[in-house]
Design a protein around this ligand. Structure first.
Ligand SMILES: Cc1cc2nc3c(=O)[nH]c(=O)nc-3n(C[C@H](O)[C@H](O)[C@H](O)COP(=O)(O)OP(=O)(O)OC[C@H]3O[C@@H](n4cnc5c(N)ncnc54)[C@H](O)[C@@H]3O)c2cc1C
Length: 448
């Protein structure tokens, strides 16, 4: 029986395994060094914040794996020998594969800062990181202040986690405004304000220079390029992630920043595939990045590769971009493409609306000439994924999107609705006279 070996028990590896099992009777083994069982990485923060126990982040009961004949091996893979189709584990054991799926995820970036390997300096990625945080920052007696370096989605999560235990946080952000390489300026500005309101000491346009050690090799302060020294008990390094590929350096598998794959998620070596955070497309797909370190990308790649492994070779086609996240109390969703001020395409125009008092806003991107709707970012308003997916596929005009915006709203009925105000502002800026249509369930659930 063919043996499928998967390295990595995250969303991508586990999705691949589940789908191979649905489609076939092949022997399946998943190897991971991190935890015995798959857990939801995106929920790690809620464990520290006391909303759930670690066990509750595991989407499947422990019996699931045996019942579905998916063998789990805990161990670190040191080497892939593709000539012998064998992988070598650190504990001395080796495993023979017929087909190998690399689903090895990411690691937190370190940029060679002096002191980056001291005790009390950590990223926020793994279960081990969570355990470290619990031991170094259990409360504000043990940890007076934390310094977080790098303003992205993980940095703000770490800040929220620490604030939930009343630990003082200084947040060093290299950019002039929070996440302004991704968010248009109105949104980025609103998040700056929100961070400050949460009593986080946000320092924009500031770089880490050095982490200073105490006499026991533990971080006790950082210095910045503004000439400040900030005393702290822990340092969180959240300046992005990169594929966890170091152990593959001499394997013969082609690497860039990640593991190079074609549209079928095949590497340069026959019978070896790569999926999830660690996979790097040779050629980008539309506006997408060659490496996409997001949850649903891993899931889609897992489903796709399973088809290929089971004889139905299919291309990875991710569809329209979407994502969602949370900035402290503000929910964020994005559908299609809305680029930041720096990344904006020459044909891209933005319409921005912000609530006069609350932290609620939207930005709609459209084509300057054709007026085609390109994408939307929403903060504090929940939208319907299927509706935007449909409108993007139908190449709808932005005026149409405005007219039927109420159909896209996914907030509960009793929530305040803002479409009338949004469309009024749109009309006044663009000189249109669009009359927002009432929400229609018939339209929402129809296929066109
Ligand atoms: C704190 C945090 C919050 C996030 N929030 C969001 C969010 O809100 N939305 C979103 O879309 N994405 C989010 N992400 C990103 C998302 O979690 C990742 O994109 C996704 O989990 C990656 O899945 P994966 O299966 O590719 O890799 P991983 O989940 O990283 O799994 C890879 C596994 O392989 C193991 N491994 C690696 N090398 C070896 C080896 N040599 N031997 C044995 N085992 C090995 C690793 O230890 C790991 O367990 C978040 C990430 C973090 C860290």
């Amino acid at each position: 029986m063919e043996h499928i070996v998967i390295i990595g028990n995250g969303i991508s590896g586990v999705t691949a395994a589940r789908h191979v099992r649905k489609l076939s009777d092949k022997r399946i083994t998943i190897i991971s060094a991190e935890t015995d069982y798959f857990f939801s990485r995106t929920a790690l923060m809620y464990v520290y914040m006391g909303h759930m126990k670690f066990e509750h982040t595991q989407p499947y009961e422990n019996w699931f794996w045996k019942k579905n004949r998916i063998d789990l091996v805990k161990g670190y893979v040191e080497k892939v020998n593709h000539q012998e189709k064998k992988i070598q584990l650190k504990n001395g054991k080796s495993i023979i594969y017929d087909k190998l799926v690399l689903a090895i995820g990411s690691k937190s970036n370190k940029f060679g800062w002096p002191g980056q390997d001291l005790e009390g300096v950590q990223g926020l990625y793994s279960k081990q990181d969570l355990d470290k945080l619990e031991s170094f920052a259990p409360n504000n007696d043990v940890c007076n202040r934390a310094v977080i370096v790098g303003g992205g989605l993980i940095g703000i999560e770490l800040a929220e986690m620490l604030r939930s235990r009343d630990i003082a946080v200084t947040f060093l952000v290299r950019e002039n405004s929070f996440w302004d390489g991704v968010l248009p300026s109105g949104e980025s500005q609103m998040i700056n304000e929100h961070i400050l309101e949460h009593h986080i000491d946000l320092r924009l346009n500031t770089n880490l220079v050095e982490i200073i050690s105490d006499e026991n090799g533990r971080a006790k302060a950082v210095t910045t390029d503004k000439g400040d020294t900030i005393e702290c008990n822990i340092v969180g390094l959240t300046a992005g992630v990169s594929p966890n590929v170091d152990f593959l350096k001499d394997s013969g598998i082609e690497l860039g920043r990640g593991i190079k794959v074609n549209r079928f998620l095949e590497t340069n070596i026959r019978d070896i595939y790569a999926i999830g955070d660690c996979a790097e497309q040779h050629e980008t797909i539309g506006n997408r990045r060659p490496i996409e370190a997001v949850w649903y990308t891993g899931r889609m790649m897992g489903e796709t590769v399973a088809q290929t492994l089971c004889g139905n070779k299919i291309e990875y086609k991710p569809g329209h971009w979407f994502n969602s996240a949370k900035f402290l109390d503000i929910e964020y969703q994005t559908y299609g493409w809305v680029f930041s001020n720096q990344g904006k395409k020459e044909y891209e125009k933005h319409f921005h609306w912000r609530h006069p008092k609350e932290k609620i806003c939207i930005t709609v991107a459209y084509h300057t000439e054709t007026m085609e709707f390109l994408g939307i970012n929403t903060f504090g308003i929940r939208m319907r994924h299927e509706i935007f997916n449909r409108w993007l596929s139908e190449n709808r005009n932005v005026n149409y999107v405005m007219e039927y915006l109420k159909d896209a709203n996914f907030d509960p009925e009793f929530y305040s609705q803002y479409e009338t105000d949004i469309v009024a502002k749109y009309n006044s800026e663009l000189g249109t006279s669009i009359n927002p249509q009432k929400k229609s369930w018939k339209r929402i659930f129809s296929n066109h």
